[in-house]
Design a protein around this ligand. Structure first.
Ligand code: PGA
Length: 248
């Protein structure tokens, strides 16, 4: 089945109001009728990014699993939706590492996100030690099983495969390695949710995606887009990635 291609940018803990000019520049650079584009700025900029430029949606980088209440410093999924976010990353490896987020915690966040009307972009990915031990497929499948809620649908779930060792390092798995993981993830979704759902879920690759390697990555079967960190901060870096995805 045809899946709409998705280029997602993760600004991480970067971005001041002055950087909103990059959103405007990106809007000017994107081809008309191109791939779907979502930028996940820091929470301080979600409302400013939302609706700013046609064709660029706003996403959040995390949400709390609970309903609004006594959780100082946290943001509920409903608040993010209210600010204009349409997507939210959950279970990014930096949050799993920095905040001890477990698969169960990620699943609860994804559930809250979907209940609030957001698309949950669930992130999975192995460490270098896991890859060297030959356990990549087993580990990412377990993360997927633990992190994706039962109610997920092709419209409400996106999965991002991001090898931890490829994030921010300039190292990228081979096309065969990416294809093996994406194929495995789609089969795991099919086993749990059925072929129609699994065939509709977008699987993004993330980790050191750049304009120079984007076309090769997007040529891999079962890669429906990218989750881009460093190269999403500047329109001049991100627009060519979106163009490569549109052309793929
Ligand atoms: P990177 O980050 O593109 O800077 O490697 C990707 C991510 O962490 O989402």
């Amino acid at each position: 089945m045809t899946r709409a291609k998705l280029a997602a940018g993760n600004w991480k803990m970067n971005g001041l109001r002055a950087d909103l000019a990059e959103i405007d520049a990106l809007g000017a650079d994107l081809p008309a009728g191109g791939c779907e584009v979502v930028i996940c700025p820091p929470a301080t900029l979600i409302a400013a990014v939302a609706g700013r430029v046609a064709g660029i949606a706003a996403g959040a980088q995390d949400c709390h699993a609970a309903a609004p209440g006594a959780h100082t410093g946290d943001l509920s999924a409903t608040m993010l939706a209210d600010a204009g976010a349409t997507h939210v990353l959950v279970g990014h490896s930096e949050r799993r590492a920095d905040h001890g987020e477990t698969d169960a915690a990620v699943r609860a966040k994804a559930e809250a996100a979907i209940a609030a009307g957001l698309v949950a972009i669930v992130c999975v990915g192995e460490t270098l030690a896991v890859r060297r031990a030959g356990e990549t497929l087993k580990v990412v499948a377990a993360q997927l099983a633990g992190s994706v809620p039962d109610g997920a649908t092709a419209a409400t779930l996106v999965v991002a495969y991001e090898p931890v060792w490829a994030i921010g390092t300039g190292e990228v798995p081979t096309p065969d390695q990416i294809g093996a993981v994406h194929g495995h993830l789609r089969r795991a979704l099919a086993d749990r949710f059925g072929d129609a759902m699994a065939g509709g879920v977008r699987l993004l690759y993330g980790g050191s995606v750049k304009a120079s390697n984007a076309a090769a990555i997007f040529a891999v079967p079962d890669v429906d887009g990218a989750l881009v960190g460093g190269a999403s901060l500047r329109a001049a870096d991100f627009a060519p990635i979106a163009a490569a995805l549109t052309a793929s």
